[in-house]
Design a protein around this ligand. Structure first.
Ligand code: 8HG
Length: 297
């Protein structure tokens, strides 16, 4: 699917997208890559990204998506890229489905797209994610936004943008601790300072090839290999990254390798088996394993 194929029409306070393939809002927002999307009673999702609040509803069968609280300009400048609409997920799925396990995982998570999220937000969110559970990660990211971000009103409700490094630099460690991220707060504080001092530059890192980019990210305290790989995949378009958390370790061992395989062997396996589609494979597998509790003894 490319921009040419999608039909975009204005509706009241939003847009309707037609002829849109591989877009399932539930699978996109619940697969684990993002923390700021809330499911509404009507099965649509409301979220904050790029300092905006939008509501997204998808009709997978009929290839339709409704985005509320937006306009054509923002669609062209932000949401088209954010939802990775220029990518042909059909061909990715076809290639990965040659593998019987992935065929099942893809069927389960059909319509997942890897969002192009903002590196700064993803850096801090995944620092918070270390040894943490997704509901707690969301809570801390939301609290941090409430404390230091900007209020945005939508549908009679108050939402908050994710704070910039400048906004966060006013906060001392004891203030950041109010976001209830525990021991990770000192890492957030350090990352804020490193960014503001120019010690790290996320734009430069994004332009590096993957190994160098990963090594740079891992200079930030609180960023180990898994957190770095999540940042690379979810915000820097490094699609050969294969973040190995507990679930991906379990599911990869369960279907392909032996119990207690070394991390470096899991990475080598993923590289050989999935190549530059490893990141996509990883997300289908993460969602599949986590939802179905695969490999959990
Ligand atoms: O999408 C994700 N992929 C992987 N591999 N790991 C993730 C994703 N999302 C996410 O939160 N994690 C990690 O899994 C962070 C945290 O350690 C744990 C939460 O289940």
């Amino acid at each position: 699917m490319t921009q040419k194929d999608i039909i975009v029409n204005k509706i009241k306070n939003g847009l309707i997208l037609e002829n849109i393939s591989d877009f399932n809002a539930k699978h996109i927002f619940e697969c684990g890559q993002c923390f700021r999307w809330i499911k509404e009673d009507d099965d649509s999702y409301t979220g904050v990204a790029y300092n905006r609040v939008i509501n997204v509803r998808s009709d997978y069968e009929n290839k339709k998506v409704i985005i509320s609280n937006t306009d054509i300009e923002d669609f062209n400048n932000i949401w088209f890229d954010y939802f990775d609409l220029d990518r042909d997920y059909g061909s990715i799925k076809k290639k990965l489905s040659l593998d019987p396990t992935l065929k099942k995982a893809i069927k389960y998570g059909e319509g997942i797209r890897i969002l192009k999220q903002q590196p700064w937000e993803i850096l801090i969110s995944f620092i918070i994610s270390a040894n943490n559970r997704i509901p707690m990660i969301s809570k801390s990211v939301n609290l941090l936004s409430e404390l230091y971000g900007q209020a945005i009103f939508y549908n009679g409700k108050k939402y908050y943008s994710f704070p910039t490094a400048k906004q966060l630099c006013k906060a001392e460690l004891k203030d950041i601790e109010r976001c209830r991220a525990g021991f990770r707060c000192k890492y957030i504080n350090k990352a804020v300072n490193m960014l503001n001092d120019g010690e790290i530059n996320l734009k430069d890192i994004r332009n590096m090839e993957i190994d160098e980019a990963r090594a740079e990210l891992m200079k930030i305290p609180g960023v180990g290999i898994k957190v770095a790989d999540c940042i690379l995949l979810f915000s820097m378009q490094k699609y050969d990254a294969y973040p190995v958390d507990v679930w991906v370790k379990r599911v990869t061992e369960y279907f392909y390798l032996e119990c207690d395989t070394k991390l470096s062997d899991i990475h080598d396996f993923a590289q050989k088996r999935f190549g530059n589609l490893a990141g996509f494979a990883q997300e289908y597998l993460f969602y599949y394993a986590r939802e179905l509790k695969i490999g959990k003894s």
